[in-house]
Write a protein that binds this ligand. Structure first.
Ligand code: SF4
Ligand code: SF4
Length: 428
């Protein structure tokens, strides 16, 4: 494979595109809090260049912290005149560090479990679900859980999500057939819907059934690989991408649908980058990129959408998932679906596309910066007077729930598809 994630020198052309204008500062969530050049894309590109030219060694003890102090939210790429693919640069640096120094043992163990020992991982999740009430208790709002005592980097005020007693894919049929179907889709659930927010999975299935769509939910799908890729473990991310493409191939579906912006981004962008030069899987990644649709795109652009009739009298706003908006370029369709629900008053935030500070695991490793970014988001939500903040990404929901508990006024965070499913249910 000859990608910049395998051969670091191949990133040189991308680095040279940066004209050092500093436009990225205006939109970088990390810079907005830390106000240092090291936090912004321009500073990190300078670092990547120094590595390339041998001025900084991959073993440099400060390098790791600087390179991982980034959400890979791609906001900088939306405001960059020469369109530098900054995500490629930062992931190439992370990959080069991992190749030289190896993965942190904890990450190696988790990623290994996620892919090579999935059955053991799932046993751990199910055991965790059974034992979670020993270590955690439900928050007053009932929207998440607090630790009973601090554990590691998690403090007691932090809200963490509940693990589902049974993973979504364990309790649903692998094939759901409708009469007179409009099309057949594969549902790529992703980890958050499978292990945590299983109700979103149910809502997606209900909405698909209501729209007469056959659904295949392959049991042999894995994590999309984005968190693994973001931590520089290219080999495991690539194996996950191949395994997921194999699982989809078996379904022979017309489309693959997502309820998670990051998973949708994996199929529409990252798999193409990861599998470049792979004789078998590069063509497959291209094929499934063409079939990849976020559920709102399927409903509004690919089939005859059944308009919801059930009344929901709520003021609602919408937070753009970075990966869905900035990678997949989807932002109009979820809003259109929300506005189609009778009774809803839709209020836009002043910066709905500003990152919430989640960044996959960034909110674990950089909680203070992540929390300051989140506070700005919650303040923006408050100004809309909305009681419900919707989004298209379970990772953002997790972050928003924590933010509402710390800085909010009792708002609730929901996937927008949940409102659509509720409207259909009310009408029935
Ligand atoms: S906006 Fe783009 S070109 Fe300008 S400094 Fe940032 S990364 Fe470089
Ligand atoms: S990806 Fe996001 S956090 Fe990272 S440098 Fe760009 S704007 Fe800042």
């Amino acid at each position: 494979m000859t990608t910049p994630f395998d051969e670091y020198r191949l990133i040189e052309d991308e680095i040279q595109k940066c004209m050092k204008c500093g436009n990225c500062q205006a939109v970088c969530p990390v810079f907005s809090v830390e106000k240092t050049e090291a936090g912004v894309a321009r500073g990190k590109i300078a670092l990547a260049d120094a590595i390339l030219k041998g001025r900084i060694d991959l073993d440099d003890p400060d390098l790791y912290d600087r390179v991982f102090n980034c959400l890979v939210c791609k906001s900088c790429m939306q405001n960059c005149p020469p369109q530098v693919n900054f995500d490629k640069i930062i992931l190439a640096v992370r990959s080069a560090i991992v190749k030289k120094k190896g993965l942190h043992p904890l990450k190696r163990t988790i990623f290994n479990l996620l892919f090579h020992k999935k059955a053991l991982f799932e046993t751990g999740i199910k055991t965790g679900a059974k034992l979670q009430s020993l270590l955690t208790k439900t928050t007053q709002s009932g929207e998440g859980r607090n630790l009973r005592f601090p554990i590691g980097i998690l403090d007691r005020k932090r809200v963490i999500p509940s693990l589902a007693p049974t993973p979504f894919r364990d309790r649903v049929e692998e094939k759901i057939i409708c009469s007179n179907p409009q099309t057949t889709v594969a549902f790529f659930t992703g980890c958050s819907i499978n292990y945590i927010y299983t109700g979103i999975g149910d809502d997606i299935v209900e909405v698909l059934k209501k729209n007469r769509v056959n659904v295949a939910i392959p049991k042999d799908q894995y994590c999309c690989g984005i968190p693994v890729f973001a931590h520089g473990d290219i080999d495991t991310a690539r194996q996950m991408a191949r395994a997921n493409l194999d699982a989809l191939e078996k379904t022979a579906a017309d489309f693959v649908v997502f309820g998670c912006g990051s998973c949708a981004g994996a199929f529409s962008h990252e798999y193409i980058e990861l599998l470049k030069g792979d004789n078998v899987y590069e063509p497959l990644s291209m094929k499934w990129k063409q079939k990849a649709v976020e559920i709102s795109q399927l409903l509004l652009n690919k089939i005859d959408f059944v308009k919801p009739k059930g009344q929901i009298d709520e003021v609602v706003t919408y937070h753009d998932s970075c990966h869905l908006r900035k990678t997949v370029k989807v932002w109009k369709e979820p809003r259109e679906l929300i506005k189609a629900i009778p009774g809803i008053t839709f209020k836009e935030m002043s910066k709905p596309d500003a990152c919430c500070g989640s960044g996959g695991t960034y909110n674990l490793t950089h909680y203070d910066t992540s929390s300051s970014i989140l506070k700005n988001k919650i303040n923006d939500i408050k100004k809309t007077t909305a009681h419900i903040v919707t989004t298209a990404c379970p990772g953002c929901i997790m972050q928003l729930v924590d933010g509402i508990e710390q800085f909010g006024d009792g708002q609730i965070a929901r996937h927008y598809i949940t409102l659509l499913a509720q409207s259909y249910k009310k009408e029935a």
